[in-house]
Design a protein around this ligand. Structure first.
Ligand code: TIU
Length: 224
């Protein structure tokens, strides 16, 4: 039962079998997308990261309607910070509010706290894969590769935040593991528009060096 679709993309059309494709939603957590979260406490403007929630929801709804594979990731650490490298912790503290410190949504980037939770609109449903990751890339110290291999997944449609940090790290890791990645430009965001533009260009330059870039409408056209 093969359902191959072709999605107009940069630098050229992206083709995939939807039954071997997963929607990956990276770190759409309150800490990065909600007022009062870590992102905002660090002085970032969360307008852009918050604005992509409805776009991702539209794509998620279609993946759910077609019973396709969905992966959600969350960046975060154990309450005792045993899975947080000292180097990451030290650098986070230099910004004012650090990992594990208390904020208006509980302890920053700590599992179980409100800030760590995925924004309400995109709450995972039973049967969807939820990956808790201590790093920026979703493959590092997680079972994501095993989960994808178990389902025969070969291609990833990637969304989430932030484009230049966790989305980039994850797409680069996925490339080295043999996955084809399509990034949705309007389904990803960085706090800063220059970072967004640069990150998007880096995916598809040099003949899709890390993958393809398209827009949600072009994907949704194929999921009707
Ligand atoms: N999810 C993710 O991108 N984590 C970050 O720390 N991003 C920043 O842009 N800082």
């Amino acid at each position: 039962n093969q359902t191959t679709v072709t999605i107009p993309s940069q630098p050229y059309d992206f083709a995939c079998d939807l039954n071997k494709t997963a929607l990956v939603i990276i770190d759409m957590q309150n800490d990065f997308c909600a007022n009062g979260g870590f992102g905002e406490m660090l002085g970032n403007d969360i307008t852009n990261t918050k604005s992509i929630i409805p776009t991702i929801k539209q794509v998620l709804d279609q993946f759910r309607a077609h019973n396709l594979t969905v992966v959600h990731t969350r960046e975060g650490h154990e309450p005792d910070l045993s899975d947080c490298p000292e180097s990451k912790l030290k650098r986070s503290k230099r910004q004012g509010a650090g990992i594990g410190d208390s904020g208006s949504m509980g302890r920053i980037l700590i599992k179980g706290e409100k800030g760590h939770a995925i924004v309400e609109e995109l709450t995972p449903e039973p049967g969807e894969i939820v990956i808790d990751k201590p790093g920026k890339g979703a493959f590092y110290q997680t079972n994501l590769l095993e989960e994808l291999n178990a389902r025969g997944i070969e291609s990833l449609i990637v969304t989430g935040v932030t484009t230049h940090v966790c989305v980039h790290s994850t797409v680069r890791e996925a490339n080295d593991r043999g996955f084809d990645c399509l990034v949705l430009e309007d389904g990803t965001a960085a706090f800063d528009e220059d970072d967004q533009q640069a990150a998007i260009r880096m995916f598809h330059q040099q003949g899709a060096i890390f993958g393809w870039v398209s827009h949600s409408a072009k994907l949704l056209e194929q999921l009707k």
